[in-house]
Ligand binder design. Structure first.
Ligand SMILES: Cc1cc2nc3c(=O)[nH]c(=O)nc-3n(C[C@H](O)[C@H](O)[C@H](O)COP(=O)(O)OP(=O)(O)OC[C@H]3O[C@@H](n4cnc5c(N)ncnc54)[C@H](O)[C@@H]3O)c2cc1C
Length: 351
């Protein structure tokens, strides 16, 4: 089958499903409120299931060519000693988010994406002139709020994430845990390093929670991770020069089917999750390949959406739950209970 599809959101999920539909002969209208794809920087681990989905979208080779393939990974203690390592060599493709978005935009001919164009509830609900309306509009999805009004809003996880990149290569993919905090360092590409940190938000003062400047973020990171081993000290030395992104972490409670009438949700709009398993973007691409295949192959939209929901809802809800659990274990106390700092006081916590 083919027809006309409205895709709300031009992120990883929206661009991927648009690619799959255009290849199936659909006329696609992607509306993205920003003037380009939502590039928040850093690297993404592309796990095997997502790589297969890229293959189904005809983009797998381009992703492999531009990715760094890392086979050296370990979970560390704060002092840099190994806590756990995989048995044998486990490989993962790491690719910069901006490169991935570039591949997805390049995978669409001129035309399907209208940048700087917000979809409104009035476009979404009747979906006039469209056979299917796809909500790929992220964690605060307007499509979800409009078409699934019973769905609960995103919930705070109680932890905050910091991340950035800096020049200089690193070969190993490491993540260190301790005292309600974690710090990860991975390759961004052959010449640059990607890093991320997360911690229990009770470790921050009120001023630190409100701050938006890289200087305050850098102070927090040096206080919380200044005595950590491995690659952490090199990252901490370059914070101000190369920028720091910080955000409070949230995920999305279950709300039942991802589809209703001619509407479908995918990516973060359907199953935003804690980043601890590094699976949100990967699952968005798998959603997109499954939804596009179903719409291309089934005789009606109703059958296609029901197939999509049947295939994707169970696995993605399990990953949301597992990511939430890992977030709790790593950043909210089970690795040593964090103590809230009083202003001006040194922070003490067990190791
Ligand atoms: C700190 C952090 C680290 C992460 N690390 C990883 C990782 O290592 N690996 C991984 O796989 N995932 C990771 N993720 C998750 C990943 O970033 C998301 O799952 C992924 O970006 C979701 O893509 P999306 O297209 O569904 O949503 P988004 O990227 O949020 O895109 C939605 C788009 O919709 C647009 N939009 C919204 N409303 C409208 C409207 N009304 N009209 C038009 N456009 C609209 C927005 O502007 C946006 O561009 C991480 C997330 C966080 C927060």
């Amino acid at each position: 089958m083919n027809g006309r599809a409205l895709v709300v959101g031009g992120g990883i999920a929206g661009l991927s499903v648009a690619r799959g539909l255009v290849r199936g002969g659909w006329e696609v209208d992607v509306r993205e409120r920003l003037d380009g794809p939502p590039d928040i920087g850093g690297a993404l681990a592309v796990w095997p299931g997502a790589l297969k989905a890229f293959d189904r979208l005809g983009l797998g080779e381009r992703v492999r060519e531009r990715a760094v393939y890392s086979t050296d990974a370990a979970l560390l203690r704060p002092d840099g000693r190994k806590l756990l390592g995989p048995r044998g060599r486990v490989g993962v493709h790491l690719v910069s988010r901006s490169v991935l978005l570039g591949i997805l935009v390049g995978g669409l001919a001129d035309g399907p994406v209208r940048w700087n164009t917000s979809a409104t509830a009035a476009d979404i609900l009747p979906g006039e002139g469209f056979d299917v309306v796809i909500g790929a509009d992220g964690i605060h999805s307007l499509v979800r709020r409009t078409v699934f009004p019973h769905a609960s809003p995103p919930r705070a996880l109680g932890s905050v994430a910091y991340r950035g990149t800096l020049p200089g290569p690193v070969e190993r993919f490491t993540e260190a845990w301790g005292g309600g905090r974690l710090f990860g360092v991975t390759p961004l590409d052959a010449h640059n390093t990607n890093w991320y940190a997360a911690l229990d938000q009770r470790l921050l003062t009120g001023n630190e929670r409100a701050a938006r400047d890289a200087g305050t973020h850098a102070e927090v990171l040096r206080r919380e991770f200044g005595d950590w081993g491995g690659e952490v000290s090199r990252v901490l030395a370059g914070l101000e020069a190369h920028g720091v992104d910080r955000r409070a972490l949230m995920d999305l409670p279950s709300f039942g089917p991802y589809v209703r009438r001619r509407h479908a949700l995918l990516g973060d709009a359907a199953h935003a999750m804690a980043p601890n398993l590094g699976r949100g973007a990967c699952e968005s691409v798998v959603d997109a390949a499954v939804l596009a295949d179903a719409l291309n192959e089934e005789p009606t939209v109703a059958r296609a959406l029901s197939r999509y929901d049947r295939v994707r809802r169970g696995p993605t809800r399990r990953i949301v739950a597992a990511s939430r659990l890992l977030n709790r274990i790593s950043t909210t106390g089970l690795t040593g209970r964090p103590r809230r700092p009083r202003s001006g006081a040194a922070v003490t916590r067990p190791r």
